[in-house]
Write a protein that binds this ligand. Structure first.
Ligand SMILES: [Zn+2]
Ligand SMILES: [Zn+2]
Length: 287
């Protein structure tokens, strides 16, 4: 079953607090991919805390060059090397030369067969990638249309491959349950202000992890000038992207707790699933 595990290792931004450290999210999917989204300072210790070895990571995806998102990377690189691995890092192109000097394998996309990851340009003050993860979950077949087909043909059709049976070519779309979607998507924005061009290019996601540096006590224009979002901006992005799950993170240290963020999230109508995790909170998402 398509199931994602998300562990929010660091839910702060820019200035850390004891209980709210710098951005890092651990994602594990049902296919065995282990991905770290951003590597705030101390990310490797936080991974060890949840029993994940840095050397076991499929990749680390860095959104941009601001220090709160990358200072944990050198430690991860060194530890992986000591353990005999070579870290694969996704990052915006402008960071590739510097990251190459760290001795990592660097790129701006990943093709893992049923999981593909690509950079989508977000609206921050420096070159920045939101990371769009797309899983091919295959087709769910309409049993009334495939009752006579051999098992090997069903396996191929579920995977999205056309088959030839008894001289007849059958395409998966012809025998799929029409209400079923073949792909599932998660987008992690990293730091961004409202970004309508990005929303239009991405069109839809299932899960949106969006920054909400500010609640509603800051002039939104000031937030946007700094390349950041308010809770209302994140909710607007979730609506534009038709997300069914919205997770708010990168909460400024100016808020002693996340009560204001939670109150604003609760007031959203109609209510989508909105989460405001603390550090080390785990969210399981059935896709
Ligand atoms: Zn940041
Ligand atoms: Zn930033």
């Amino acid at each position: 079953m398509p199931l994602l595990k998300l562990v929010f290792l660091g839910t702060g931004g820019a200035v850390p607090k004891a209980e709210r450290t710098l951005p890092a999210i651990y994602l594990e999917d049902w296919l065995g991919h282990r991905i770290l989204l951003d590597a705030g300072e101390g990310a490797q210790y936080r991974l060890l805390h949840i029993d994940v070895s840095p050397a076991s990571l499929t990749l680390v995806a860095i959104t941009h060059s601001h220090e709160d998102h990358v200072l944990g990377l050198p430690g991860l690189v060194l530890t992986s090397r000591f353990l005999g691995g070579r870290l694969r890092v996704l990052a915006p192109r402008t960071m590739h030369e510097a990251l190459g000097r760290l001795g990592v394998e660097v790129g701006d996309s990943y093709d893992g067969g049923r999981l593909k990851i690509r950079c989508v340009e977000v609206c921050h003050t420096v070159d920045a990638c939101g990371w769009l993860l797309e899983w091919d979950v295959g087709y769910k077949l309409d049993l009334s249309k495939v009752a006579d087909l051999p098992r090997w043909a069903l396996t191929s059709l579920i995977r999205g491959e056309a088959v030839e049976v008894g001289g007849r070519v059958i395409r998966p779309e012809e025998v799929a349950d029409p209400s079923h979607r073949r792909f599932r998507r998660l987008l992690y924005t990293g730091d961004t202000g409202p970004c309508p061009d990005m929303w239009r290019s991405v069109e839809w996601v299932d899960v949106l992890i969006h920054e909400a540096t500010f609640a509603d006590d800051v002039d939104p224009r000031k937030a946007h000038e700094e390349g950041h979002s308010t809770v209302a901006d994140a909710v607007e992005a979730a609506r534009a992207l038709k997300a069914s799950v919205l997770v708010l993170t990168h909460v400024s240290a100016r808020y002693p707790d996340k009560g204001r963020h939670r109150a604003l999230a609760r007031a959203v109508q109609p209510p989508p699933h909105i989460y405001v995790p603390e550090d080390f909170d785990t969210i399981l998402v059935k896709l």
